[in-house]
Design a protein around this ligand. Structure first.
Ligand code: PHE
Length: 453
């Protein structure tokens, strides 16, 4: 039934186009900004291993499942789940999964855009030589003064949201493919160069030790949840983004292979970011658990003192902004797609509406770093609540639902046909992971955290 149908928004021109776009959605602030600071806050090595295990055992199977649901449904997450639950003769309420995803996407984007705004501002700071010769205190002051100013943060957040809306209004296949094609290799080259720099610092081995040393005593129940949440966040799973991208996927592409490539690239970028940041942290005796400001307080020190630091600094933040843009597009796309398909509004209008809501919400995050820094809910600022709620609760629940639907509700003949794996054993492995391992893992982590509360 759904076989002949194409998405009304167009299709990826090739397998590599899909891989590029999906990698663009996966690789972003999650890898470069968030992974290092939460690894720092959660004690290093053991956390990293749990994170990588979550990517392999939960992330990849769910990514395969989510892409598959998207390609079979070929529409926005809500409609896709309606179509698929009908086909599977399952409960109609499965389409709430689409709602959960769209809401999660906008909530994430509201703070994602604020942080991407920081990165944008840092492009200019790098360009105008603010890091040049600056010591640790100067870099810290620069950052504190910056996030202490609501007006500046509002300005950059607004700029970033406008850029996102403009790009999304033009449609996903226009431009996105091309920009990611340049972006990803440049990001890799730049990260490799920075790793080479990190190797020359005196804190290199200490940094590597921190990142890969397995001290499981440092792991709490909450860190388990954060590691799992990060696997979902970093791969962009559990909220319909992958589903929407899957909807634009032509029939003849192997979903499993694509998912494995994307997850590998994504994890590599995160690890490289860690390998760059922690040596700098230890060289300058900084605190690895200093929170969301970590990359903004460490990298500029390196850029300010290394040869070619000006160029590296500008390039790094430019690439970071672009990587964030390609993720921001993925975060808003499910909602835009839904507005266009079911409310009949134009793409431009859909972008404007969802963008405005997100923009306003972003003020909560902005104020969390200044005016409202003392306003706490359960000991957390507005930004921290939003981050915890989306990454650690909404995405895993979305992912769990996807796993249960794909593993238990959908007819196996359909998933087998859709995945079309050449080796039947591969299908069995995926089925086992998606039916038992992924849901059990998510469930156990939730249970563990609730027990710990
Ligand atoms: N994966 C993106 C990142 O790591 C963020 C994202 C989350 C994108 C959820 C889409 C969906 O930056």
């Amino acid at each position: 039934m759904t076989d002949a149908k194409k998405s009304i928004h167009g299709e990826w021109s090739s397998r590599s186009a899909f891989i590029l776009a999906a990698t663009g959605s996966a690789v972003g602030l999650g890898n470069i900004w968030k992974f290092p600071y939460i690894t720092g806050e959660n004690g290093g090595g053991a956390f990293v291993i749990v994170y990588l295990l979550c990517v392999a055992l939960i992330g990849i199977p769910i990514m395969i499942a989510e892409t598959m649901l998207g390609r079979r449904g070929r529409e926005n997450p809500v409609h896709t789940m309606q179509v698929l639950s009908k086909e599977a003769e399952a409960d109609k309420r499965w389409h709430y999964l689409g709602w959960l995803g769209m809401t999660g996407g906008l909530l994430i984007l509201s703070y994602y855009s604020v942080i991407a705004g920081w990165a944008s501002a840092y492009v200019f700071k790098a360009f105008f030589g603010s890091f040049f010769g600056a010591d640790v205190t100067a870099i810290e002051t620069l950052f504190r003064d910056f996030i202490g100013s609501p007006m500046q943060l509002i300005f950059w957040h607004t700029l970033f949201m406008m850029a996102t809306m403009l790009i999304v209004a033009r449609g996903v296949d226009n431009g996105l493919e091309k920009s990611v094609r340049i972006l990803m290799p440049s990001l890799f080259i730049l990260l490799t160069l920075l790793v080479m720099y990190a190797m020359t610092t005196s804190g290199y081995f200490q940094g590597i030790h921190f990142l890969f040393n397995l001290d499981f005593n440092k792991l709490t129940g909450n860190s388990l949840l954060i590691a799992m949440g990060q696997a979902f966040f970093s791969l962009g799973l559990g909220m319909g983004c992958v589903m929407v991208y899957g909807a634009y996927l032509p029939k003849n592409i192997s979903i499993a292979k694509a998912s494995i490539v994307i997850a590998t690239v994504d994890s590599l970028v995160a690890l490289l970011a860690g390998i760059i940041i922690f040596p700098i942290v230890f060289t300058h005796e900084l605190n690895p658990s200093s929170g969301p400001g970590l990359i903004f307080e460490t990298l500029p020190i390196a850029f300010g003192s290394m040869t070619g630091g000006w160029l590296f600094g500008v390039l790094f933040f430019v690439i970071l902004v672009f990587a964030a843009l390609s993720s921001a597009i993925a975060l808003i796309e499910p909602t835009v797609c839904w507005l266009v398909e079911s409310k009949g509004v134009t793409r431009e209008r859909a972008c404007l509406q969802s963008g405005l809501v997100t923009w306003v919400l972003g003020f909560g995050t902005i104020f969390s770093f200044n005016l409202w820094s003392d306003v706490k809910f359960f000991g957390l600022t507005f930004f921290e609540v939003l981050d915890y709620l989306t990454a650690n609760i909404m995405l895993p629940i979305g992912g769990l639902a996807i796993a249960v639907f794909a593993g238990w509700m959908m007819k196996q003949q359909h998933s087998r046909q859709e995945l079309d794996m050449p080796d039947p054993q591969h299908y069995q492995i995926w089925l086992f992971l998606i039916k038992y391992i992924a849901p059990a893992a998510v469930f156990l982590v939730f249970l563990h955290v609730m027990g710990a509360l």
